[in-house]
Design a protein around this ligand. Structure first.
Ligand SMILES: Cc1ncc(C[n+]2csc(CCOP(=O)(O)OP(=O)(O)O)c2C)c(N)n1
Length: 286
């Protein structure tokens, strides 16, 4: 079992790695990859049953990255876990690579090709329904964007998830309050988002999407209500962890310059050093 401190350390390293590959490729979705890094770290390093040496293990929990444009955090995690060699990360977005700018199932560990927003939840409903029909106990986790909620197909899938009583299905919204062109509330107002999902028959849990204690508690509780799918409303900060990218709409797909990459790495290294200090102090006092 990973400790919260280990998860925090892991996600800081993942943030450094994803900035490195976006900088090298001169393209990527920086803000949203940083905002979902803690959610993915909690899922892949603690919550989900999965096996990098056996990616098609029938009993594995399924993860669907419906906000597929934020693939960089996923690539860095799958590489770190050994789904493919870490050196391959340097090919990200290069001609001929399988590590393209959206998840695709040529890469071990990827369940579904995504990128066109609004499709991941419907396929996740199918996976969760298949588990029920097959008498399997795996769970299905589907990560959506908040801007993605403007897609009507999300709400058709939400209806189906409740209709089929899929309590093995967890929808997660990376609620960073920004989408490609600005605030979600300006582009397509979502609030009250929790009440909308409740009205569609889901059990809604709101958490700070950067707080590991809260994330782990919420995931561990699923299914809290038998027969209801769960919607985790994860309140996050777009660009989280990099001071000059946080809450800045332009960092949706802004690429760090050499100088910005250096500064971001310094900030993340400082956070890693602070974690190490905290660990040393807690061991001294133990
Ligand atoms: C069907 C579809 N329409 C448009 C796009 C272009 N697009 C890519 S990212 C994005 C904004 C998504 O915002 P959000 O879901 O909030 O993601 P995040 O802010 O977490 O990156 C859009 C509109 C797309 N990928 N798919």
């Amino acid at each position: 079992m990973a400790t919260v401190r280990e998860l925090k350390r892991k996600s800081l390293q993942i943030r450094k790695d994803l900035l490195t590959i976006i900088h090298a490729a001169k393209g990527g979705h920086t803000g949203g990859s940083l905002s979902n890094a803690d959610i993915l770290t909690a899922l892949y390093y603690e919550v989900m049953n999965h096996d990098a040496t056996n990616p098609k293990w029938p009993e594995r929990d399924r993860f669907v990255a419906s906000k597929g444009h934020c693939v960089e955090s996923l690539w860095c995690i799958l590489a770190d876990l050994g789904y493919f060699p870490k050196e391959e990360l340097s090919t990200y977005s290069q001609f001929g690579t399988r590590l393209i700018g959206h998840p695709n199932n040529k890469v071990p560990g990827v369940e579904m090709n995504t990128g066109a927003l609004g499709h991941g939840l419907a396929v996740s409903v199918g996976m969760a329904l298949a588990a029920k029909k097959d008498g399997k106990s795996y769970r299905v986790f589907c990560l959506m964007g908040d801007g993605e909620q403007a897609e009507g197909s999300v709400w058709e899938a939400a209806m189906a998830g409740a209709h089929y009583k899929l309590d093995n299905l967890v929808g997660i919204i990376d609620r960073n309050r920004l989408q490609i062109s600005g605030s979600t509330e300006d582009v397509m107002a979502l609030e009250p988002l929790d009440r909308k999902w409740e009205a569609f028959g889901w059990h809604v849990v709101s958490v700070d999407g950067h707080d590991y204690d809260a994330l782990l508690k919420a995931f561990a509780g699923v299914p809290e209500i038998a027969g209801k799918p769960t919607l985790l409303l994860a309140n996050t900060v777009k660009g989280k962890g990099v001071s000059f990218a946080e809450n800045k709409p332009e960092w949706h797909h802004h690429v760090p310059s050499d100088e910005q990459l250096k500064q971001a790495h310094e900030e993340l290294d400082a956070a890693l050093a602070a974690l190490a200090d905290e660990e040393e102090r807690s061991e001294t006092h133990a």
